[in-house]
Design a protein around this ligand. Structure first.
Ligand code: ATP
Ligand code: MG
Length: 238
């Protein structure tokens, strides 16, 4: 059987942007990943997304369309309950993927908080973690921030030489990633500024066409706010 090296890029993607794509690409190249599943959290545990899961998933699908080996995963879509990464990784195991084949791609800012995640530290045995630097947070600081995990941390270029008994590794990937966040994009939209260059052009088009993240409701139809609002309109309530 050929070796599978599966990337999993999880997020709220409210909206997906160039930084997410850069992080996935950096992991793909430095770890020679063969596939990349981009998993949109329908109900993220600690926040309420602004755009509906339908729009967030649609934007992810548009963003990955031209990328070979990448796909928009609907794994968490039907859950209706908070989606925790540990559960998602277990779902991959149920589908026949071994922990050693999975690489969970995560930004350095998110990984710095890993001790607060559900099922920590067991979650680190469910997949390799591919930690990618973010504009103001390089991966170099993580060993000091998370001393208990330092012995599992390895640079991709040294991976062949490292064998840590007891499970998957934490890969530290230093790569240029766009200095952008979904929050900044939503703020720009709210103040009427363009988001050109921060998201792929096709995603920008989707955001504009559907009036996403703009403060005014102008141009925003009930359909864009999800089925409940649309149903309300059909019944004359919206
Ligand atoms: P928000 O501002 O709403 O928190 P975000 O831009 O941080 O959004 P998330 O959906 O929170 O995006 O992040 C999903 C994953 O992508 C996380 O692991 C995060 O660290 C990573 N990530 C997000 N933006 C970048 C970026 N610019 N560079 C590298 N990694 C990023
Ligand atoms: Mg974030």
């Amino acid at each position: 059987m050929s070796l599978r090296r599966i990337g999993i890029l999880g997020g709220t993607f409210d909206p997906i942007h160039q930084g997410h794509l850069d992080a996935g690409h950096a992991a793909e190249v430095s770890l020679r990943l063969t596939e990349m599943f981009v998993v949109t959290a329908s109900v993220p545990p600690h926040r309420t997304p602004v755009a509906s899961i339908y729009h967030r998933f649609a934007m992810v699908a548009l963003a990955v369309a031209g990328r070979e080996g990448w796909r928009a995963s609907d794994l968490e879509l039907g859950l209706g309950t908070p989606s925790f990464t540990t559960d998602t990784l277990q779902r991959f195991h149920q589908r026949g993927y071994a922990a050693s084949e999975l690489f969970f791609v995560i930004g350095a800012d998110a990984f710095a908080e890993i001790e607060s995640w559900k099922d920590y530290p067991a979650i680190l045995d469910r997949a390799h973690f591919a930690v990618v630097s973010r504009a103001r947070l390089g991966v170099g600081v993580l060993a000091d921030r998370l001393p208990r995990l330092a012995r599992r941390m390895v640079r991709p270029e040294h991976a062949a030489a490292v064998s840590v008994p007891g499970g998957p590794l934490i890969f530290l990937i230093d790569a240029p990633t766009a200095d952008v966040s979904s929050t900044a994009i939503r703020q720009r939209r709210a103040s009427g500024e363009p988001v050109t260059g921060l998201v792929p052009p096709i995603v920008e088009q989707h955001i504009e066409r559907h009036g996403l993240y703009s403060l005014t409701e102008a141009g925003r139809r009930p359909e864009d706010r999800g089925p409940a609002a649309a149903a309300g309109r059909l019944h004359g309530k919206a």
